[in-house]
Design a binder for this molecule. Structure first.
Ligand SMILES: Nc1ncnc2c1ncn2[C@@H]1O[C@H](COP(=O)(O)OP(=O)(O)OP(=O)(O)O)[C@@H](O)[C@H]1O
Ligand SMILES: [Mg+2]
Length: 346
């Protein structure tokens, strides 16, 4: 299966996104120079271990942070610009006496500030996030009706009958019933709560959903149900989805493309089937080796590959960057590694 969305319009473009916590020079580079695109209708899976920056990437896209560097473009329009990095570049350009660069950067900073400030919540509504923890993300004092209706109310919709109709429609879409509307979140199971979270996200008719580990807090038996629901909604509503998960087995069947993150960086990005057929980066290989397979012979032979950056790479002569090792297959590597990966490809 090749990626049927490759030629579709680009809906989200993340360019050199940096999100550092503390100061620009601080050590927590939660997201460090990450670039990717998501096409209309596509599901991009983002995987990586705890703390690698998946949630931060999502939160940066929906403007919950002022990003440190880079740019986010949605539907062809820049929605976020990283000012701190531009300011540092400006300082350097001033020191070097590069007048043209100073003028250019000044202009960019001014425009960026304007974009970051004036872009209203209305546009950002087109991107909705489903959160990792369905318990913490639902206000326990609000009924399901109030939770789902909140976004509409904030948008200034006052027609009660219309709001009510939409709430019931959403409940139906996510597989809940009208009687659920007047109950409180604690009266629901984990899976049902995540359905409420999904209803709250889709009532605003978003174009892009960032689903941040929407199933990792759920029982295995419920996980499949929620995945199926997202799949259905994707078809019905033409949604584009960024789907964040810990491990590859979850995103395999759901994603058109997969980005593997390690310590704030994308280390591999390819179509889902290509990533499974030709994993290149040793970290991707280690993630793959962690997936159990329902075959006792295979399981006996299955060896966990442990990724050890100091041993797996030699970057003394040349550092790594994200390179296209084969068409549409990107790996964070240097020239020597790229040649090795290409030789190993099937
Ligand atoms: N608000 C914050 N202030 C300071 N550091 C933060 C903040 N949010 C996240 N971090 C740090 O940034 C890094 C990335 O965190 P993030 O939550 O994005 O990881 P994640 O990939 O979503 O992990 P998980 O799979 O556990 O959800 C971590 O080192 C985290 O401690
Ligand atoms: Mg997270």
């Amino acid at each position: 299966m090749s990626n049927r969305f490759r030629d579709a319009e680009v809906l989200l473009e993340v360019q050199n996104l940096k999100q550092y916590f503390g100061s620009m020079r601080a050590n927590v580079k939660a997201v460090d120079d990450v670039s990717f695109q998501i096409h209309k209708g596509e599901v991009l899976g983002v995987v990586g271990e705890s703390g690698c920056g998946k949630t931060t990437t999502g939160r940066s896209i929906i403007k919950l942070y002022d990003i440190t560097g880079g740019k986010v473009i949605f539907n062809g329009e820049t929605i976020t610009v990283g000012i701190p990095e531009l300011k540092i570049k400006l300082k350097e350009a001033r020191k070097n006496g590069n007048k043209e660069e100073v003028a250019r950067l000044k202009k960019e900073i001014k425009e960026g500030k304007h974009i970051n400030k004036t872009h209203t919540s209305r546009d950002i509504n087109k991107i909705q996030m489903i959160f990792q923890d369905p318990v913490a993300s639902l206000n326990p004092r609000m009924t399901v009706r109030e939770i789902i209706a909140e976004g509409l109310t904030i948008r200034g919709i006052k027609d009660k009958e219309y709001v009510n109709k939409r709430v019931l429609e959403m409940l139906d879409l996510v597989g809940l019933v009208p009687e659920h509307a007047d109950r409180y979140p604690h009266e629901f199971s984990g899976g049902q709560r995540q359905r409420i979270g999904i209803a709250r996200a889709i009532v605003l008719e978003p174009e892009l959903i960032i689903a941040d580990e929407p199933i990792s807090a759920l029982d295995v038996s419920i996980q499949a149900q929620v995945i199926n629901l997202l799949n259905e909604l994707r078809e019905k509503m033409g949604l584009t989805i960024m789907f964040v998960a810990h491990d590859l087995s979850v995103v395999k069947y759901f994603s058109d493309r997969i980005a593997v993150m390690y310590f704030g960086k994308i280390v591999e990005l390819a179509d889902a089937d290509e990533l499974f057929a030709n994993p290149c980066h040793p970290y991707t290989k280690s993630l793959l080796s962690a997936i159990p397979f329902p075959d006792p012979h295979y399981e006996k032979k299955r060896k966990r590959i442990i990724y050890t950056p100091e041993l797996d790479h030699d970057y003394s002569a040349e550092g790594p960057s994200l390179r296209e090792v084969s068409p549409n297959h990107f790996v964070y590597c240097n020239t020597a590694e790229m040649e090795k990966y290409q030789a190993e490809m099937k």
